[in-house]
Design a protein around this ligand. Structure first.
Ligand SMILES: [Zn+2]
Length: 488
């Protein structure tokens, strides 16, 4: 969803803010290791990437089904059984593809979720055609090169490569290629959870749409693992009034009531709260920092967190957002004429809600904070529809970090990006993990794609990916999948 800015490396993601804290602390080494990818695999990976980029999968005019069917054919050509390739969805344009790679069944399956849709891209905004795969100056250009056809192609290539090698995992590997993560009304993960839970049931979910390696001037600064997410919520504040002539003002004024409510919000701080992921995040930072900040991190992790330390760290917007639900005024409109008392005053308040709290719970809390009986507070959904009451939807509090997964990522990161710390993060946006988490399958954003923190182009113009990052990301996933399925 464009509004909730789900995807990796967007400014809305907490992870990108880490770099300032880590750049001095991380003991970085030159990024010299060479990707272990043979020529045949390299060619296959490139071909699939090109094919996916050149299939337009935008919600407006594109077709996710075309991309799903292209991948289905790739798997058939590679010898996958038709019965292990499920193609389905709510309508002709939004077909999802679920691929099952059979293992021995010793362990419960792992599910990988990969959205095939991309955000809109106008030819006139771009230097090149966004739906042409272009190789230039060490980069691949095209809509989806960062978000996330790179990892779609990597997952498809990895399964085909493993099959060609005759690899037998100790668990089923399931990959769901899906529709409408970025927008649209047919979210594929949601649809699969509701209609084909049996096809995608797993011990845990890996979502390559989150996490990844942050680079600064070519140096790996951190390997981020998105282990939980905040929930996105919009609320509409409305005050109505009979109005009147501005030469005869009265105290009962729509604009003043609304302004009073917003000022109360301005001075309100939602309660301090940590979960398994943010606790691990701050613990990690406390070992990387040596200054008084390390003391502050330790002070908020204590059984009785120190309010002074919380206040000090909250001055940093990213850390503030990690510790609190945040709600902020983002739009305002009121009045009809310069010489008339306002009949209507409205504002939008945008919230990023910590796991464990529902949209309706926050609406009720806002009403209390505003303490203004004239202000009505309604919920606004992603389509802009307004409701008197908000849904009870919430992000479930994250379970403890999955040690098998974290340890595999630690080992691979030490090998491929030596010196870069592995940091569990909480994304401030929402990805498709919201559906699998809600279905009780713990979900983690994991990616081997390395991008310069100042070259984030997901959703933007001239989206591009360093060619070297693509093949290293491919190598990363190949090794990760094997490590998690008894093969290494
Ligand atoms: Zn994405």
């Amino acid at each position: 969803m464009p509004k909730s800015a789900s995807c990796r490396k967007l400014p809305a993601c907490i992870s990108s803010a880490l770099t300032s804290a880590l750049v001095a602390a991380a003991l970085v080494s030159p990024n010299t290791a060479v990707a272990q990818v043979d020529d045949q695999t390299r060619k296959l990976a490139r071909d699939i990437f090109q094919q996916l980029i050149e299939i337009n999968t935008t919600d407006s005019v594109g077709s996710v089904s075309a991309a799903s069917k292209a991948l289905q054919q790739r798997f058939l050509d590679a010898g996958f059984s038709p019965s292990d390739l499920y193609l389905g969805g709510p309508n002709d344009r939004k077909q999802n593809l679920v691929v099952r790679y059979h293992g021995t069944g010793k362990e419960k399956p792992i599910l990988f979720i990969c959205h095939l849709d991309v955000v809109e891209a106008r030819r006139s905004d771009w230097t090149t055609d966004p739906f042409k795969f272009i190789e230039k100056d060490g980069y691949y250009y095209g809509r989806g090169t960062q978000d996330m056809k790179d990892n779609d192609a990597i997952m498809a290539t990895t399964l085909i490569r493993l099959r060609q090698e005759g690899y037998k995992p100790d668990r089923d590997l399931i990959v769901a290629f899906t529709a409408d993560e970025e927008g649209g009304k047919s979210n594929g993960v949601d649809w699969l959870v509701k209609n084909h839970r049996d096809l995608i049931d797993a011990a845990y979910v890996i979502n390559p749409d989150g996490g990844g390696v942050d680079l600064e001037n070519g140096k790996p600064i951190s390997m981020d693992v998105d282990a939980t997410e905040k929930l996105y919520g919009d609320y509409q504040l409305t005050v109505t009034n009979p109005g009147g002539h501005s030469s005869l003002p009265v105290p009962d004024n729509a604009i003043y009531h609304l302004a009073d409510a917003l000022v109360r919000l301005q001075h309100y701080q939602f309660p301090f709260e940590l979960n398994a992921v943010t606790r691990a995040y701050f613990k990690r930072l406390s070992t990387l920092e040596t200054s008084e900040r390390a003391t502050a991190f330790k002070a908020i992790l204590a059984p009785k967190p120190d309010p002074a330390a919380i206040a000090r760290l909250s001055e940093n917007p990213e850390w503030n957002s990690m510790m609190h639900t945040t709600c902020v005024a983002t739009r305002l409109q009121a009045g009809d004429a310069n010489n008339a008392l306002p009949q209507l005053a409205q504002a939008n308040v945008n919230c990023r809600i910590l796991p464990g709290h529902s949209l309706e719970e926050i609406r009720q809390q806002l009403i209390q904070i505003f303490d203004e009986s004239k202000v009505t507070v309604r919920y606004v959904n992603d389509a802009g529809e307004v409701f008197d009451v908000a849904p009870d939807r919430k992000q479930l509090p994250p379970p403890p970090l999955n040690s098998e997964l974290m340890s595999a990522i630690e080992q691979l990161t030490a090998k491929m990006w030596p010196g870069a710390p592995v940091i569990p993060t909480m994304s401030t946006g929402a990805s498709d993990s919201v559906y699998t988490n809600a279905a009780g399958i713990p979900s983690y954003g994991v990616s081997g794609i390395a991008i310069e923190t100042n070259d984030v182009r997901a959703h933007g113009r001239d989206e591009r990916l360093p060619i070297v990052s693509y093949y290293r990301g491919l190598d990363f996933y190949y090794q990760l999948v094997k490590m998690l399925s008894g093969g290494a």
